[in-house]
Design a binder for this molecule. Structure first.
Ligand code: ATP
Ligand code: MG
Length: 230
């Protein structure tokens, strides 16, 4: 479904991604791991066209998306939920969802409220009244009602209390259940091991490891070498 092939991305003269290749297949949850500054966010930005790779290609559903504008990438069916969420602070939960909703999405408001009970409770509250966890859930929900085929989540559990982390994990599991593929950047290794079918590790802009769920579970040395364990 998504095939990133040998991309090189830069910020000005800084060469950040050195030939990153990865794949996400239909219905999969794939994690992208790596230490701070490894290039995880830059990889996501490159996929959605916020950063334009200078070399390499990105294919989605068999067509090239590298070089096309960000809103067109979204129209093709890739939703990006960035680290800093970007929900509308002055709009209510319901309004935030309504402006993003597309009729052809399998996730409508009723599906969202069934899977995110917290959002249902808070549906008349403004974005600015929500806790960090609720804002994260709203950002994910907003991406879902837009009808994506692939969801890119950048550190969805960062800074959240453990009980809220569990709720976000359940939400991501529900997303997978609904047939939407997920590329997940996540520092919480337990969350990744819990959710992902496959894993990639980035180190200084290079993919240094890829493995299945089972392979990764037993790859203690890989985890120690490339990841900050927590
Ligand atoms: N807008 C920018 N301009 C210049 N350099 C940047 C910019 N954004 C990121 N970088 C640099 O690019 C490198 C990769 O950053 P990136 O944000 O992709 O890492 P990351 O793996 O997402 O890290 P983190 O875990 O801290 O979120 C870092 O060295 C970072 O300092
Ligand atoms: Mg990042």
């Amino acid at each position: 479904m998504l095939r990133v092939d040998g991309i090189h991305s830069y910020y000005g003269k800084s060469h950040i991604l050195h030939g990153v290749s990865l794949e996400v297949n239909k219905g999969e949850v794939v994690s992208l791991l790596g230490r701070n500054g490894a290039g995880k966010t830059t990889t996501m930005k490159s996929i959605v066209g916020i950063v334009v790779p200078r070399e390499g290609s990105i294919l989605f559903d068999g067509t090239t998306i590298s070089g096309i504008e960000t809103h067109k990438v979204a129209q093709r069916g890739i939703a990006f939920v960035p680290e800093h969420r970007g929900i509308f602070q002055l709009l209510s939960v319901e309004e935030n969802l309504a402006i993003a909703a597309r009729r052809d999405s399998i996730w409508g408001l009723s599906e969202v409220f069934a899977n995110f009970p917290r959002l249902k409770e808070r549906r008349h509250n403004r974005g600015s009244d929500l806790s960090g966890g609720e804002q994260q859930m709203l950002a994910i929900a907003r991406a879902l009602v837009n009808g994506p085929k692939l969801l890119l989540l950048d550190e969805p559990t960062e800074g959240l209390a453990p009980v809220i982390v569990d709720e976000v994990v359940q939400v991501i599991a529900a997303v997978r259940q609904s047939g939407i593929a997920v590329l997940l950047v996540e520092q919480n290794i337990k969350v990744c091991m819990n959710l992902a079918d496959r894993h990639y590790i980035l180190e200084q802009g290079n993919i240094v490891y890829s493995g299945s769920r089972d392979e990764f579970c037993t790859a203690d040395q890989v985890r120690e070498r490339y990841l900050t364990l927590n």
